[in-house]
Design a protein around this ligand. Structure first.
Ligand code: SAH
Ligand code: SF4
Ligand code: F3S
Length: 468
């Protein structure tokens, strides 16, 4: 359900916020500065662009540093326990800063705030926090900020369990002028037994295709040539809309947008990947030759316990089919090691699948127990065993990727240059269609441009190249 009334309301709050920031400016002698720190995935990165858009429209300047900030907000992630620990660590630093700057206000939002245990802990041990909200009401940020500055109510906590509403047309400050993420859906219905996302992001809701297309057209008018469609399971896009539409059909419509050069998407759940999608990928000129297809485990026993709803064999068959039908495609994946009940033999299965699929890239994670998920009450693996198995998997992943990635050496490819190379002076870095990074000689003028390069040196996960 799209709500335009709510959008109008929030724009009114942005106007009111300008009065607040003007007042702050008078008191402190400078335009108030805001710092936004983002943890977690691309959805959070996208949400942070919206937070920044509201802050800037409301009269704040953005700052990269917390030290000179008058307002700090952390957009949190809770996918694994170490994500939570980073936020608590950071809060300690902020407490210190707050003692030095009496105008400093601190806010927390994002996935971690959807957990009751977290809120209880912050209430008790981090009482200097001024504002907390969750994932469902992020569109109310302007209103909440206004309340925080105008009411003397102590810590404001506003967390919702869910929302049917999708609020469009709020401002955003984009990180890259030439590429952007675009939400196509929110939430997740899959309930993989290890995963906290369905609990903190709520049920799956798709945006109307017209809204998505409009956003992309506006982005292209604004200089974007690459977009990344975002959703926890893009393959089930379109369910529940008044006029149901498949993800493949959405891609076909997006392909027609003039001026758009590259289309990426994330994440594809193997259980829902259709032949129709493979066909669209095979025939498209704009969809990048890269598919992120999270495996999680190569053992059917573990996959069943994870509620992934595919088997070792069906995953392998799918990977082979894609490689066959979409020549030149790179496959990347996510793997979890140490899921409850996992044995050495299960990890052998995972290693077998990695070798057979030949992933160009794989993100390997140690299983992290998340309170409230079904896997949390299963018998957990021993830490030492998990570390050993993790090292085995990591080694396989690195070896496989290095041989795979090196195979393009000597060929000419097009890259989209994204940034100055921080490690090698006089170089810039970009990505091929298959998502693999290439470093070439260049300067700031290359950024955002498509450049043809010859791959001259393979470094395992990336290349050096020369402009041709
Ligand atoms: N929706 C995506 C995944 C989003 S989370 C999908 O289904 O593929 C990104 C990755 O984090 C997952 O693919 C998984 O590998 C990892 N992950 C999720 N929960 C985890 C947990 N409890 N412990 C360790 N890794 C986890
Ligand atoms: Fe988590 Fe599974 Fe949903 Fe991905 S599909 S977000 S892993 S529950
Ligand atoms: Fe983390 Fe939330 Fe993304 S838990 S991985 S920020 S959806």
């Amino acid at each position: 359900m799209t709500s335009s009334n709510e959008s109008i309301r929030q724009h009114e709050y942005i106007e009111k916020l300008k009065e607040v920031t003007a007042d702050l400016c008078k008191k402190t002698g400078h335009v108030p500065k805001a710092n936004v720190t983002t943890f977690g995935c691309q959805m959070n990165a996208k949400d942070s662009e919206k937070l920044k858009g509201i802050l800037v429209s409301g009269g704040f300047d953005l700052t990269e540093s917390e030290d000179d900030a008058d307002f700090v907000i952390m957009n949190t992630c809770t996918i694994r326990d170490n994500a939570d620990q980073k936020v608590y660590g950071h809060l300690g630093v902020l407490n210190h800063l707050k003692k030095k700057n009496k105008f400093l206000k601190i806010a927390l939002c994002g996935c971690m705030m959807q957990e009751k245990t977290v809120i209880d802990k912050i209430r008790e041990s981090y009482r200097f926090v001024d504002l907390i909200f969750g994932t469902h009401n992020i569109y109310k940020f302007a209103e909440l900020l206004y309340r925080m500055y105008t009411e003397d109510a102590g810590m404001i906590i506003d967390i919702w369990d869910s929302t049917p509403e999708i609020v469009e047309d709020l401002p955003a400050v984009r990180k890259y002028p030439f590429k952007s993420g675009v939400n196509i859906m929110f939430g997740c219905n899959n309930f993989c037994t290890y995963c906290i996302v369905p609990y903190v992001r709520g049920r799956e809701r798709s945006r109307e295709p017209e809204e998505i297309i409009k956003e992309i057209k506006d982005l292209v008018d604004d200089g974007c040539i690459e977009i990344m469609l975002l959703g926890q399971n893009v393959n089930s896009y379109g369910k529940g809309l008044s006029q149901e539409i498949t993800f493949a059909e959405l891609l076909r419509r997006i392909e027609e947008i003039e001026g758009l050069e590259r289309i990426r998407f994330m994440t594809s759940h193997p259980k829902d990947l259709s032949d129709e999608l493979i066909d669209v990928m095979a025939s498209s000129k704009k969809i990048c030759k890269h598919l992120h297809l999270p495996l999680q485990s190569g053992s059917t026993k573990i996959l069943t316990a994870m509620n992934r709803r595919y088997t070792k064999e069906s995953y392998l068959a799918l990977a082979h089919k894609i490689r066959e039908r979409v020549p030149g495609i790179a496959l990347s994946t996510d793997i979890i090691v140490g899921f409850p009940g996992e044995t050495k033999e299960d990890v052998d299965d995972t290693i077998e699948v990695i070798k057979e699929c030949g992933f160009e890239n794989a993100f390997t994670f140690i299983y992290s127990k998340r309170t409230g998920t079904p896997a949390a009450s299963m018998e957990q693996c021993e830490e030492r065993f998990v570390k050993e198995q993790f090292d085995r998997v990591l080694k396989t992943v690195q070896e496989t990727a290095a041989t795979k990635v090196g195979s393009l050496l000597g060929s000419v490819q097009t890259i989209l240059v994204e940034e100055i190379n921080e490690h090698k002076e006089g170089y810039v870095s970009g990505r091929m269609s298959n998502n693999i990074t290439v470093h070439i000689k260049g300067d700031g003028s290359y950024i955002g441009k498509l450049v043809d390069v010859k791959l001259t040196e393979s470094k395992g996960f990336y290349y050096f190249g020369e402009e041709v």
